[in-house]
Design a binder for this molecule. Structure first.
Ligand code: MOS
Length: 742
C-alpha cells in the first residue's frame, strides 16, 4: 500500500518560486506599450465634483490622459448575474457622475508614460467640490438602522428565534446583559490591489489580484456589456488578501476604462493609503448579548442583537449572529441583525467575516457568566454542550468541541490557572488566562477541475481557483497525486486563470472542500478513462480485459491479484500520444445538506501578561485546538492557524481604522498608525488538531480551515485580560488605558 499523501506535511511546491522572485503577482506583469494610471481620490466625505482643472495637468510631462466623469466612457453596468458576487447590491459606478459618496472615492484617473509622471500629475490635479457633512458614526442617533433586504440575504440571517428568549433572560436566576463594540479593521495584505488591463479589439485581458477569478470576469463583462468569454482574468499568485480581493473593486473597472480610452495597456496599482478607501473593510459592529442561566450554569435564554455598518449604496452583510443559535444548548434563543447606513465605502468580508466579530460578543458574555456563576469557563461550555443543532433540528455531521477543549486545556496547562481574577502574578506582572470557543461553517460550493494525463508521465490539473497564501498549490497537488497514485513531482497543478474550469471564490474556507472534491472526481474519471483506453489497445498486456478485472495501485494498472509491474499512465498515453483528459464538477449533495448541520469547532486559549503600572498588554502564548475533519497537510494547516491567531491578536489589541467625524477620512490610513502585530508582538503560537472523521461533509472529509483560526482568538485574549486584571473590556481593540487602574 502506498503511503497516503493526504495528511503528509509536505512543504510548499511553490516555495522556491516565491523566495526566488519567480512567482509573479498582478503588478509584476507588463505589456508592450503599457501606460501607468494613478487614481485621484476624493478629499471630501460627501458632495459633488464641481470642477476639475484637467487642462493644467494634461500638459504635464508624460501625461497621456486625464479621466473624470466628464470624459469617461458611459458604461452599461449591467446587473449582476445570479450567483455572481451575491453579497452586494448596487455597485459604485466610477466616473459615471459627479457624486462623491464617501471620502477617498475615485474621482479622476491620470494616465501617463511612467508611474512617476502619473503620480506627479495626479498630485497636481486641482478638483473643486461642493461638500456636505457625511454621517460616518454608526452610533449616531441619526444613522438609519435597516433590516437587511431579504433578496440580499445570503448567509447572514436576520431575526431568528426559538422559544421566548426575552422572558427567559428576564426571569433567569443569573443574568449577563452587555454591549460589545468592535472597531473597523482594514485588510492589510502585503500585496496591494493591482490590475494590468489590455484590450485586443473587444477582448480584454486582466492581470489582476483576485480571490474570485470567474466573478471578476463576469463582473467586468457586465460592467462593460461584454460576453463573459471576452474577458480573461489571470492571477497566479496572491500576496495575502484575507477577503479584500473577493470582490472586484472600482480600480479594476478604472484600469480597463483607461486602457480602452488610451488604446494601450494600462497598469494600476493602489497605494497603501488607497487600500483604506475603496476595497472594503471589516465593518464596525455593536452587539448586545444577554444570557440567562440557572444557578447550575444551564443556559435558559440567549439574546444576540447585532448591528453592522454598511454604505449608503449597498447592503453589506456578514454572519454576525449566525453562530449563536447552534453553539450551545438552550431552549430560548433570539438573534437579530441590523445594518446602519453611512457615508462610507462598502465593507467587505474579512477573515472569519461575521463569525469572528459575533463570537467576540458571545464568548465574552459566556466568560462573564462563568464568573457570575462561579463555574470554570470550560465547565460552563461543557454543561451547555448540545446533542444536536437545536436551531436546525439536525445532528451535527461531526462536532468535537469538547475534545478540542480537552486537548487544548491539556496542552495549554489550564489546570494551573487559579480562577480568581487578579490572582496570578509573575513578579510584578499580572498574568491572565482566558479561553473561548471557535466555530465556522463547513461550506461547500460547486467547483470544477480538469485533469490531463500527458505522454511524458505528467498529470496536469487545472481549476480557476486562487491561492492567497494557505498553500492551495501544494494541497491540491497532494489531492491529485493521492487519487492518481502518482508521486507529487509528477503532478502539475495550475490555478489563477478564469478560463480554467470554474472554481468558487477563494474564501469561506471552502477551497479544499469544493475544488479538492472536484479534483478528486476528475482524477477518478481520468483513471477510469486510462483503463478503458488500455483494455482497447491490442499492444498492451491488459488488452481485452474487463475493466472490472483490473486494479490501480500506485498509478499502475494491472489485472487484479496479478504480480505484474503493470502499466503507468505514461505507458498507456504514449501509445497514441493523445492525453487522457477528464473534467468533473463536484458539489454537495442536497440531501446531505438537508440532513446535517456542518461546522468546524475549536477551543482557543490565551495567556497575557499585563504591567499593572503602565498597562502594557503582552500576549504570552496562544494554544488552539481544532476539529476540522481531515487535515490535508498539517504543516500548512498549522501555518494557517498561527496566521489566524496573529490576526486575532491584531483584532484584540491593535487594529482599528479611525475616521475623522468631520469628513470620514481614515486618519490612520498607513502602516505606521494602523497598528498590526509585528514579530515582537507574537509569542509562542501552537495549533493542534483533534482526530476527527466526518463521513458526511464531502468525499475528502475536510471541513475547511482558515477562517476558524481567527474566530475565537480575540475573545480568548479579552477573557485573559479580565482574568489578569478584573477589568472587563467590551470594546476592541483593548487599549492600555482600558486596563490601567484609576
Ligand atoms: Mo475569506 S474573508 O472568505 O477571504
Amino acid at each position: 500500500m502506498s503511503v497516503s499523501l493526504i495528511g503528509r506535511p509536505m512543504t510548499r511546491v511553490d516555495g522556491r518560486a516565491k523566495v526566488t522572485g519567480a512567482a509573479r503577482y498582478a503588478a509584476d506583469f507588463n505589456q508592450p506599450g503599457q501606460l501607468y494610471a494613478v487614481i485621484v481620490s476624493a478629499t471630501v466625505g460627501l458632495g459633488r465634483v464641481t470642477d476639475v482643472a484637467a487642462a493644467e495637468v494634461e500638459r504635464a510631462p508624460g501625461v497621456v490622459a486625464v479621466l473624470t466623469h466628464r470624459n469617461a466612457q458611459k458604461l452599461p453596468y449591467l446587473p449582476h448575474k445570479a450567483g455572481i458576487d451575491p453579497a452586494v447590491g448596487e455597485r459604485l459606478h466610477v466616473l459615471q457622475d459627479d457624486n462623491v459618496r464617501f471620502y477617498g472615492q475615485p474621482v479622476a484617473l491620470v494616465v501617463a508614460d511612467t508611474l512617476d509622471h502619473a503620480e506627479r500629475a495626479a498630485a497636481a490635479l486641482r478638483i473643486t467640490y461642493e461638500s456636505r457633512q457625511p454621517l460616518v458614526d454608526p452610533t449616531d442617533q441619526r444613522a438609519e438602522k435597516i433590516v437587511p433586504e431579504a433578496a440580499n440575504r445570503t448567509r447572514a440571517l436576520a431575526d431568528r428565534s426559538r422559544g421566548d428568549a426575552d422572558t427567559a433572560v428576564a426571569r433567569a436566576a443569573v443574568r449577563v446583559d452587555e454591549t460589545y463594540d468592535m472597531a473597523r479593521e482594514n485588510h492589510n495584505p502585503m500585496e496591494p490591489h493591482a490590475t494590468v488591463a489590455a484590450w485586443n479589439g473587444d477582448r480584454l485581458t486582466l492581470w489582476s489580484k483576485s480571490q474570485y477569478l470567474v466573478n471578476e470576469q463576469a463582473e467586468i463583462a457586465a460592467i462593460f456589456g461584454l460576453p463573459a468569454e471576452n474577458v480573461e482574468v489571470i492571477c497566479p499568485f496572491i500576496g495575502g488578501a484575507f477577503g479584500t480581493s473577493l470582490r472586484t473593486w472600482p480600480h479594476v473597472t478604472l484600469a480597463a476604462l483607461a486602457a480602452r480610452h488610451v488604446g494601450r495597456p494600462v497598469k494600476l496599482v493602489l497605494t497603501r493609503k488607497q487600500m483604506f478607501f475603496t476595497t472594503g473593510h471589516r465593518p464596525r459592529t455593536r452587539q448586545r448579548v444577554a444570557l440567562g442561566a440557572t444557578p447550575e450554569g444551564r443556559l435558559t435564554g440567549i439574546i444576540h442583537e447585532g448591528m453592522g455598518e454598511t454604505s449608503r449604496y449597498e447592503q453589506f452583510m456578514e454572519a454576525l449572529t449566525n453562530v449563536t443559535d447552534y453553539l450551545y444548548s438552550c431552549p430560548n434563543v433570539r438573534t437579530q441583525y441590523r445594518l446602519t447606513q453611512l457615508d462610507t465605502g462598502t465593507p467587505n468580508h474579512m477573515r472569519g467575516p461575521g463569525e469572528a466579530s459575533g463570537i467576540f460578543a458571545l464568548e465574552s458574555a459566556m466568560d462573564e457568566l462563568s464568573y457570575k456563576l462561579g463555574i470554570d469557563p470550560i465547565e460552563l461550555r461543557r454543561r451547555n454542550e448540545p446533542q444536536m443543532d437545536e436551531a436546525e433540528n439536525k445532528p451535527f455531521s461531526s462536532r468535537s468541541l469538547m475534545q478540542c477543549y480537552e486537548l487544548g486545556s491539556e496542552r495549554f496547562g489550564w489546570a494551573r490557572r487559579t480562577p480568581e481574577p487578579r490572582s496570578m502574578r509573575d513578579g510584578r506582572l499580572l498574568i491572565g488566562m482566558g479561553a473561548a470557543t471557535a466555530t465556522y461553517p463547513a461550506f461547500h460550493a460547486p467547483a470544477s477541475a480538469r485533469v490531463r494525463l500527458l505522454a511524458d508521465g505528467i498529470a496536469e490539473v487545472e481549476a480557476a481557483a486562487s491561492d492567497m497564501g494557505p498553500g492551495t498549490y501544494t494541497s491540491m497537488t497532494q489531492v491529485a497525486a493521492e487519487f492518481l497514485g502518482l508521486p507529487p513531482e509528477q503532478v502539475r497543478f495550475r490555478l489563477g486563470r478564469s478560463d480554467y474550469p470554474q472554481a468558487p471564490s477563494h474564501g469561506g474556507s471552502w477551497t479544499m472542500a469544493s475544488v479538492g472534491s472536484a479534483i478528486r472526481a476528475a482524477c477518478v474519471e481520468a483513471q477510469a478513462q486510462a483503463a478503458r483506453r488500455a483494455v482497447a489497445d491490442a499492444n498492451l498486456p491488459v488488452f481485452g480485459a474487463s475493466v472490472n478485472d483490473l486494479e490501480w495501485s500506485e498509478g499502475r494498472l494491472r489485472r487484479r491479484g496479478e504480480a505484474a509491474t503493470g502499466l503507468s499512465y505514461q505507458d498507456i498515453v504514449a501509445r497514441t500520444g493523445v492525453p487522457v483528459e477528464a473534467e468533473r464538477s463536484a458539489e454537495r449533495a442536497s440531501e446531505v445538506a438537508e440532513r446535517y448541520s456542518m461546522h468546524s469547532f475549536g477551543a482557543v486559549f490565551a495567556e497575557v501578561a499585563i504591567d499593572p503600572d503602565v498597562g502594557t498588554i503582552r500576549v504570552r502564548r496562544i494554544v488552539g485546538a481544532y476539529g476540522i475533519g481531515r487535515v490535508v497537510n498539517p504543516l500548512l494547516a498549522r501555518s494557517q492557524c498561527t496566521g489566524g491567531m496573529i490576526g486575532g491578536i491584531g483584532m484584540a489589541l491593535m487594529e482599528r481604522t479611525v475616521l475623522d467625524p468631520r469628513d470620514g477620512r481614515p486618519v490612520n490610513a498607513h502602516m505606521a498608525d494602523y497598528l498590526m502585530p509585528v514579530n515582537l508582538d507574537i509569542p509562542k503560537l501552537e495549533a493542534f488538531f483533534v482526530d476527527e472523521v466526518d463521513p458526511h461533509v464531502n468525499p475528502l472529509g475536510v471541513k475547511g480551515l482558515g477562517e476558524i483560526a481567527l474566530v475565537g482568538t480575540a475573545p480568548a485574549i479579552a477573557n485573559a485580560v479580565f482574568h489578569a486584571t478584573g477589568r472587563r473590556v467590551r470594546a476592541l481593540p483593548i487599549h492600555i488605558e482600558d486596563v490601567l487602574t484609576a
